[in-house]
Design a protein around this ligand. Structure first.
Ligand code: NAG
Ligand code: NAG
Ligand code: NAG
Ligand code: NAG
Length: 559
């Protein structure tokens, strides 16, 4: 095949953005015609397009060395250098190019654009990546016929987000995702891919023969701008641009502009529920909840007709719920968030629903609060207690607590009523609550002791009474309680058989530890067989203490 044929095929591959094939074909052409500067220029463009800037630079250099008076060679070279963020070198290349080709419009513009983009920031990476943060980025992308198919491309959005977070990965990302390069080209004036007359040689260069002209046509034929976009598609794409413009305005809180764009988007493409969702977001921000809900319902209607994604429908439902929440209507908020969840379960919505239910309970509880009323009801309860109408008393105390859950005396009184009815676990719970609120309220502890005594939890009862004594050592009820606890303990031990007592004692972890101690085993063994030796052991305070514990527990008995 001739170099020209290979070049023509390479140009076609280039136009189809198939960089690898284009490079391959240009390379084959170079083998046939190694002194054709256009081939290096074209291959340089292909290398730049796929991020191989070093190779792009080498080809551009070669092109310039073959044909130093051809402006495009300098343009290629400067492009590669700019991509390698060597701004100074790129400027120099443009300047050299302009010396050789004075007044060349492409080089003049290239130099001007580069100078203006370099002046803003010293770090070209920062400079480049900052372009991605422009609020109207997507609007620009959507407006450009070459790039608008990229609107809504999630991979692209993700890459851009990552670049925003970490500008230093820009170059790496651009090499992996050629779409990034395409949109970068749109937002800045820099050449990204050659224009339609760029890949071929369109100048009236002496080296260019007739084949160049036909090949220029070949490229022209498949230029994307020439592809006829059908009307529906056109509208759909224009609607997406309107949406992007709306989103940009929304971000700036310019709501009227946002609505105007969303309205246009809906007019152009009424089947896309996302536009209605977008519009509802504006009404939400404007606190026009009625209109917001109306728009959400419209969105759902359209979405269901068009079989939109569940996530989008869920979004509309959730927004309805959120709008009710803003109005303090917890029930409707919960209902709609619940509905959103059945459509598409997300953690966010679930959390929101839980938060609303909690908030609702708190709001209801708060609405009931009334300490004076609580005291009045408590006194009614006290009267019932005196009249020995304990269930009625409990009911009143419970009601009093909804009016004032911070009054520990109500818990204490209700505990007393439960005691009377023999409902000890309930009583104990109220005592615990009372003590948690008022640790120094002595009655809470003595009530708790009495309750535990009734539950035959003698040890815990003893501790409760001792706690009361630590607050007031002269408290009669507590002193009496301690004695009753001890009495009950003794009585219980006496009522037991020896085996029962030992079994009981073994429940005590301390006793368990002593019985499991090998040294103590030997000591106990000796005591049985050699009581005199036992006297020796008692001189050791540690062993003595352990033996005493066993005696107290009734495991060994003294004569
Ligand atoms: C190149 O040649 C064409 C046709 O011969 C002519 O119309 C055009 O003006 C020339 N362009 C330049 C840049 O000389
Ligand atoms: C508009 O809709 C798109 C797609 O659902 C969404 O990504 C975007 O955040 C929305 N914008 C607003 C302002 O709601
Ligand atoms: C949510 O819906 C489910 C069934 O669809 C229902 O069982 C549940 O009670 C609802 N929860 C709320 C908070 O409305
Ligand atoms: C001990 O036994 C007597 C008689 O059987 C009984 O009345 C008493 O309640 C028992 N005491 C304890 C603490 O179990």
């Amino acid at each position: 095949m001739s170099a020209d044929d290979l070049k023509a095929q390479g140009n076609r591959a280039f136009a189809a953005k198939d960089w690898a094939t284009a490079i391959d074909l240009f390379t084959q052409a170079i083998v046939v015609a190694p002194e054709n500067h256009v081939l290096y220029s074209n291959r340089s463009a292909a290398y730049s397009s796929c991020g191989e800037y070093q190779k792009a630079l080498e080809d551009a250099d070669k092109c310039v060395s073959i044909k130093p008076d051809w402006p495009k060679g300098y343009n290629r070279k400067a492009t590669a250098q700019a991509f390698m963020h060597d701004t100074d070198a790129a400027m120099e290349t443009y300047e050299t190019g302009l010396e050789k080709c004075p007044g060349d419009p492409t080089l003049t513009k290239g130099l001007k654009d580069l100078a203006s983009s370099a002046s803003g920031s010293k770090d070209p990476m920062q400079q480049l990546s900052s372009l991605f943060t422009a609020p109207d980025l997507w609007a620009k992308v959507a407006m450009n016929p070459d790039t608008r198919h990229l609107v809504g491309n999630q991979k692209l959005q993700k890459d851009i987000d990552e670049i925003k977070a970490n500008p230093s990965i820009l170059m790496a990302k651009m090499q992996q995702n050629e779409d990034l390069m395409a949109i970068l080209g749109v937002v800045m004036g820099m050449p990204t891919a050659p224009k339609k007359d760029d890949a071929g040689a369109s100048t009236n260069d002496t080296d260019v023969d007739m084949a160049e002209a036909t090949q220029e046509e070949a490229v022209h034929e498949i230029d994307p701008e020439e592809i006829v976009v059908d009307e529906v598609e056109e509208k759909r794409l224009n609607a997406l641009s309107e949406k992007e413009l709306g989103n940009a305005a929304y971000k700036k809180r310019d709501f009227d502009t946002a609505i105007a764009h969303y309205e246009k988007a809906i007019e152009l493409h009424p089947e896309n529920m996302a536009f209605y969702n977008n519009m509802s977001a504006v009404y939400f921000e404007q606190k026009d909840y009625e209109k917001c809900r109306e728009m959400c319902k419209k969105a759902v209607e359209v979405g269901q007709e068009q079989r939109a994604e569940y996530a989008l429908i869920a979004k509309a439902y959730a927004r309805i719920g959120n709008s009710y929440h803003k109005e303090g209507n917890y029930d409707d908020a919960a209902t709609w968030l619940n509905r959103s969840l059945t459509e598409h379960r997300t953690k966010d919505t679930l959390n929101k629903l839980n938060a609303i239910e909690k908030e609702k309970k708190e709001a209801e509880a708060k609405a009931l609060l009334n300490p004076e009323e609580a005291t009045r009801i408590k006194e009614e309860g006290n009267a019932m207690f005196k009249a020995m109408k304990y269930p009625e008393a409990i009911k009143l105390y419970t009601e009093a607590l909804t009016r004032n859950p911070d009054d520990h005396t109500i818990y204490s009184n209700r505990a007393a009523s439960y005691m009377k009815l023999g409902e000890f676990p309930h009583s104990l719970k109220d005592c615990d609550k009372c003590i948690a609120m008022a640790p120094d309220f002595i009655k809470g502890h003595t009530r708790r002791g009495n309750c535990l005594l009734a539950m035959r939890e003698h040890q815990r009862a003893l501790e409760a009474f001792e706690k009361a004594l630590s607050i007031d050592k002269d408290n009669k009820e507590a002193i009496d309680g301690v004695q009753r606890a001890y009495r009950a303990m003794n009585e219980r031990l006496q009522n037991m058989s020896e085996e029962e007592r030992a079994a009981e004692a073994m429940k005590d972890p301390e006793v368990q530890a002593i019985m499991g101690d090998p040294v103590m085993r030997i000591v106990l063994d000796q005591m049985q067989n050699d009581p005199a030796a036992a006297q020796e052991h008692l001189k050791n305070p540690e062993i003595s203490a352990k033996l005493q514990k066993l005696i107290n527990a009734g495991i060994i008995r003294t004569r």
